[in-house]
Design a protein around this ligand. Structure first.
Ligand code: NDP
Length: 484
């Protein structure tokens, strides 16, 4: 049997009784074993994520089944049959760490691929679009999803006030309030990179790319009424189902696809292909199969491996790059910044975040510097140096991107059609799906002032008259009210 020790390694003789002066106390201040135990417990929590706080994750593998090397030099895709280990964390967006799993919300779908040329993080959602297209609006939007400063309750008024003043949110609202806004388990939903990214190949050609992961488990959703019952039974249904499936060897799988747009097409599409509120219609840019992703191993320690998992869109690898998408560019800063705040300067050296490939950098000290020098020579601690230290390699240079235009605060709503794509989605829904959409919206509008409801109905009307009429009917108000 192992002898228990303090964190400094000293053997512990008694872990049942604190050290006291006499059997009735008081406790001795010198009982450092007691103090260490209490002090550690006080420090067991770190700030929860402001968004995507509640999550569920597992390890897995991406297996490449098709050759897409004509689009990208990314090492992860350089061979059919290649397998790359990964970590996938699902999450809800708005709820706090203790929120119930089966709540209507967008789901995060964040993947860390441990490639041979560094970690590639695809930090997406289960929806192909988002509520906003300009990152300046993100903190305000999230504020409307969180608690009111006075009541400390979530406010449907704030949500619909913001949305009804932001027509670019209509596409995502329609997905959120449709069946897909409440998947039964993390396995029964798709994942999307959502942003437009770029690929570049060995010849220095650039392509714009969108990433899709289609569930092989099939889609399954709860109605609002079902979710009330489910949450009454358990608030942890996603953790139970994901963890349980993997423990049982029932490994969930997704088929990975890309959509590819030649670089020059970006000037020709009727919609801005870098607008996060838009998809690329499949008819224009068909899905190209890439491979299969499977989850096959549960983490041993939830806190260490999932709570401390740090995904950031800034983690790209040679052959994969960014795009002019404004929201993506803001996330490149914001995600890594959040991790430095939550986890500390060296968060990427934590085992779950550390690359599996060698890394050679000159970042130095700071809080919790715990990893060894890796340069093999104590004189190598700056760059350039004369001591054979790691240095740049121009082979990995990304092709240049030409940009034009005035630097200004360009109106992000100018010339944008916020209605056609939600209309295309609405037209895909059958009568029963539409009724559930209307009912879900009406339920989510509980307590919202009439003027805000009417402003939102006018936006639904611009998508489709049946959309506005259906919501008005579900609200039990006259369709006429929309023009009030
Ligand atoms: P398609 O008919 O080729 O594709 C429709 C897509 O809609 C499919 O990917 C389907 O996913 C998905 N879908 C079905 N029901 C829902 C739902 N309730 N919520 C979200 N997605 C759903 O049409 P287009 O490519 O021309 O797109 C039409 C509309 O479909 C878009 O405006 C957009 O709202 C939506 N959509 C489009 C995607 C794209 O990348 N083009 C991706 C996802 C949605 P599945 O195949 O898994 O059933």
């Amino acid at each position: 049997m192992k002898t228990m020790t303090t964190s400094a390694g000293a053997p512990i003789a008694d872990n049942q009784n604190s050290q006291t002066a006499g059997p009735r106390g008081p406790v001795m201040m010198q009982d450092y074993q007691l103090i260490e135990k209490l002090a550690h417990q006080n420090r067991e929590r770190i700030p929860e994520r402001v968004v995507h706080a509640k999550g569920w994750g597992a390890y897995g593998t991406l297996t490449v089944t098709e050759d897409i090397s004509r689009y990208t030099r990314a090492n992860i895709f350089n061979q059919v049959g290649k397998q790359t280990p990964l970590l996938l964390r699902f999450s809800t967006v708005a709820g706090e760490l203790g929120a119930a799993d089966a709540e209507r919300d967008v789901r995060g779908f964040a993947i860390k691929f441990y490639t041979e040329e560094g970690n590639w993080d695809l930090v997406g959602n289960n929806t192909p679009v988002f509520f906003i297209r300009d990152p300046l609006k993100f903190p305000d939007f999230i504020r409307t999803q969180k608690r009111h400063p006075k009541t400390n309750l979530r406010s449907t008024t704030a949500m619909w006030d913001f949305w009804s003043l932001s027509p670019e949110s209509l596409h995502q609202i329609t997905i959120l309030m449709s069946d897909r806004g409440l998947p039964q388990t993390p396995m029964q939903m798709n994942g999307y990179g959502s942003h437009t990214f770029s690929f570049w190949n060995e010849d220095g050609e650039r392509f714009w790319v969108k990433f899709h992961f289609k569930t092989q488990q099939g889609h399954a959703h709860y109605t609002n009424a079902e979710s009330v019952k489910i949450i009454g039974r358990s608030r942890e249904t996603y953790q139970e189902s994901l963890f349980g499936a993997i423990e049982d060897g029932d490994f969930p799988k997704w088929t990975m696809y890309v959509q590819i747009m030649p670089e020059a097409d970006a000037d020709k599409t009727p919609y801005n292909p870098f607008d996060l509120t838009k998809v690329w219609p499949h008819a224009d840019y068909p899905l190209i199969k890439v491979g299969e992703m499977a989850l096959n191993r549960n983490p041993d320690n939830y806190f260490a491996e999932i709570e401390q998992a740090a995904f950031s869109p800034s983690n790209v690898v040679p052959g994969i790059g960014f795009s002019p998408d404004k929201v993506l560019q803001a996330r490149i800063f914001a995600y890594a910044d959040a991790h430095r705040y939550r986890l500390g300067t060296h968060y990427e050296a934590l085992p779950v975040n550390a690359p599996k490939c060698p890394m050679h950098h000159y970042h130095k000290d700071g809080s919790m510097r715990f990893f060894d020098n890796d340069t093999g020579n104590p004189d190598v601690y700056y760059e350039p140096n004369s001591f054979d230290g790691p240095s740049q390699n121009a082979d990995y240079r990304e092709p240049p991107l030409a940009v034009t235009g005035d630097i200004d605060r360009h109106d992000h709503r100018d010339g944008n059609d916020d209605y056609s794509q939600p209309r295309a989605l609405f037209e895909l829904f059958d009568a029963a799906q539409r009724q559930r959409l209307f009912a879900n919206i009406a339920a989510a509008m509980d307590g919202v002032p009439e003027a805000i409801v009417n402003r939102q109905l006018a936006l639904f009307e611009a998508i489709h008259p049946d959309y506005a009429a259906g919501v008005a009917d579900a609200l039990g108000i006259a369709p006429l009210a929309k023009s009030a």
